[in-house]
Design a protein around this ligand. Structure first.
Ligand SMILES: [Zn+2]
Ligand SMILES: [Zn+2]
Ligand SMILES: [Zn+2]
Length: 91
């Protein structure tokens, strides 16, 4: 059984619009000229960063440095939410 997530009260943002996702980019990667694989959005402040399959893992870095554990996929067609701290998908 997975550990439940107790961070859901940190969710301040709704799921992003599909049009926004299609035009999304990881600003931290753009700044350093790096590439990313997939995008994730912080559900606490709206920061968009790259996924754990990307070389720089900016979404996880943001989650840890800002203590914003919950992200949602910023990929078109994907709506799942995930907690970096608890390592579980949340509804
Ligand atoms: Zn959690
Ligand atoms: Zn990045
Ligand atoms: Zn954040």
């Amino acid at each position: 059984m997975a550990t439940p997530c107790f961070h859901k009260d940190m969710i301040r943002f709704e799921s992003p619009a599909e049009a926004d996702k299609a035009a999304g980019s990881c600003e931290d990667c753009v700044k350093i000229g790096a590439r990313w694989v997939h995008l994730r959005m912080c559900l606490t402040c709206g920061h968009v960063g790259c996924c754990d399959s990307s070389p720089n893992r900016h979404a996880r870095a943001h989650a840890m440095s800002e203590r914003h554990p919950l992200v949602t996929s910023y990929e078109p067609g994907e709506t799942w939410r995930y907690c970096f701290v608890d390592d579980v998908y949340v509804k």
